[in-house]
Ligand binder design. Structure first.
Ligand code: ZN
Length: 87
């Protein structure tokens, strides 16, 4: 269970939002709204939302609390919402 999120999310083959194909070498990032892997274009759209700043602040706080119990590396998981990564 420890690295489950990494396998599921970091190696997503498609953007959860627009279904755009994601190559293992393509950058992707986690949505602060639903914690799914999305492409950078969708992340840009997300950042345009009026409530983005508010939601992202709440997400990082809640994320640290939630993942501490469920995952071995809460920082790794939570920071994936803010730093693009590859598979
Ligand atoms: Zn997308």
């Amino acid at each position: 269970m420890k690295d489950d999120w990494a396998e599921k999310l970091s190696c997503a083959t498609h953007c959860y939002r627009c279904d755009h194909k994601l190559d293992p070498k393509d950058l992707r990032i986690l949505s602060v709204y639903d914690h799914q892997a999305i492409c950078m274009a969708c992340k840009n759209d997300e950042q345009e939302r009026p409530d983005y700043e508010e939601v992202s602040k709440q997400t990082i706080g809640q994320c640290m609390i939630d993942t501490e119990l469920q995952y071995g590396d809460p920082e790794g998981y939570c920071f994936h919402h803010f730093y693009p990564f590859k598979c």
